[in-house]
Design a protein around this ligand. Structure first.
Ligand code: NIG
Ligand code: FE
Length: 415
């Protein structure tokens, strides 16, 4: 026997033309060799067959924006915000990002790996096959590198493709509060050159009271010179000009965009910058969502991602994100599924992923539903029945010799 054959697919989303009914997908080792009508398929002998029983099959999710390597617990902040305190006020009082920085700096690399791996296994069970992971809770050279090493190790040891982003400019750390120029110098001259070996992208939190547009431009220029394309935290809590900067420098992505304007959208579309929308953040903060509809109609490439982080969006799986994209951002179910797969892949420069197409890596999800429209429609159910990563069944049903099992939960969860 060589390779897999998924049969009995009731609804196949390929992103290479219309959905296909009565479909099959053939996989050799790690790669898709056929995806289409069963009746048009070449003979597929000597393959292990997995009968999908009329279920829908979609590409694995590509979660293009996460901050999932961290220690500590900020559930108290969530309660304080619900009682009326603002995110910005809590941050100014030393909570927020800086409280996670304190907990993360004092955690060992092994603990950080265990905590992150547990989150990523939850993501995988929810159908994620590729994830972007940012640093940003170290804010000193040694800890930022530790976070990037942990992120890369996730990709080496778990069945998931990882892209890493250096986010040393996530906040000015407490020890530089009265010397912000000194911190930007540190990021540019020491952190970035050391991080470049461990990172695929460079990010800056461009926000009122965090980093300004000119500081961000300086950091992105230094990152670009080291071969790191930009991803920009832009227009999240206020409108400061991060989206226009992303367009000006030809960033890979502009993310969040809660306060994006139609002029920004036109500039992002023209510059080919992917808009990575993270509806879990505004949902958790109880603030208005940006219009995904407006961005899509302006011609932007749109992606949806979890923004998994301990402060504003402790959401690990894509189902709720897709539902929020539909219910609160105005995308159609098909657009939201595209954004959560192909859109994310394009933002990460992974041209071959986020689609089900001959020659592409076999990253697929079998849904326990007849169509992907059930994902936004049933947001509190994990409809993921089977996950196939690079041709191997890693979650759910499959031939015994290809199924991999999740290791036991890491022991040290509360350090
Ligand atoms: O993407 N915007 C900046 N960073 C995170 C929040 C980080 C935190 O609160 O820990 C975000 O929402
Ligand atoms: Fe974020």
């Amino acid at each position: 026997m060589s390779g897999l054959l998924l049969t009995g697919i009731g609804h196949l989303t390929t992103h290479d033309g219309d959905p296909i009914t009565d479909a099959v997908v053939a996989i050799d080792e790690t790669t898709i060799t056929y995806a289409g009508k069963e009746s048009d398929s070449p003979a597929q002998e000597n393959r292990e067959r997995v009968d999908c029983g009329g279920r829908a099959v979609i590409p694995g999710f590509v979660d293009a924006h996460t901050h999932l390597v961290f220690a500590g617990d900020r559930s108290d902040e969530f309660a304080r915000r619900l009682a009326g305190e603002s995110y910005t006020k809590i941050a100014a009082a030393g909570g927020g990002i800086l409280s996670t920085v304190e907990a993360t700096r004092s955690a060992t690399e092994e603990t950080l790996f265990d905590l992150a791996a547990k989150r990523v296994w939850t993501m995988i069970r929810g159908g994620t096959t590729t994830v972007e992971i940012k640093s940003g809770y170290g804010l000193d050279l040694e800890t930022e590198l530790r976070l990037l090493r942990v992120a890369r190790r996730i990709g080496d040891e778990l069945p998931v493709t990882v892209r890493t982003t250096f986010l040393g400019a996530h906040s000015v750390p407490a020890e530089y509060r009265s010397d912000r120029d000194g911190y930007v110098d540190l990021v540019v001259n020491e952190m970035l050159p050391a991080a470049a070996d461990h990172a695929d992208f460079c990010d800056v939190f461009v926000e009122d009271g965090v980093f300004g547009v000119d500081e961000a431009r300086t950091i992105f220029e230094a990152g670009g010179a080291l071969g790191l394309p930009a991803r920009v935290h832009a227009e999240q809590l206020s409108h400061l000009g991060g989206a226009a900067l992303a367009a000006e420098i030809g960033a890979s992505s502009a993310d969040h965009l809660d306060h994006v304007t139609p002029d920004d959208a036109a500039a992002l579309a023209t510059a080919g910058v992917t808009c990575v929308l993270v509806p879990g953040a505004a949902y958790t903060l109880g603030t208005p969502q940006p219009s995904g509809r407006m961005l899509w109609d302006a011609g932007c490439t749109v992606a949806l991602a979890t923004d998994c982080n301990p402060g504003t969006s402790y959401i690990e799986t894509m189902g709720l994100v897709i539902s929020l994209g539909v219910v609160q951002m105005g995308l159609t179910a098909d657009e939201a599924i595209w954004a959560a797969t192909r859109g994310g892949a394009l933002s990460l420069g992974l041209e071959n992923r986020g689609q089900i197409k001959e020659g592409s890596p076999a990253d697929l999800v079998v849904l326990d539903a007849p169509s992907p429209a059930h994902i936004p429609y049933r947001p509190a159910s994990n409809l993921v029945q089977t996950v196939i990563k690079d041709g191997s069944v890693i979650v759910g049903l499959g031939p015994a010799d290809t199924a991999r099992t999740e290791p036991p939960s890491p022991a040290r969860l509360h350090e």
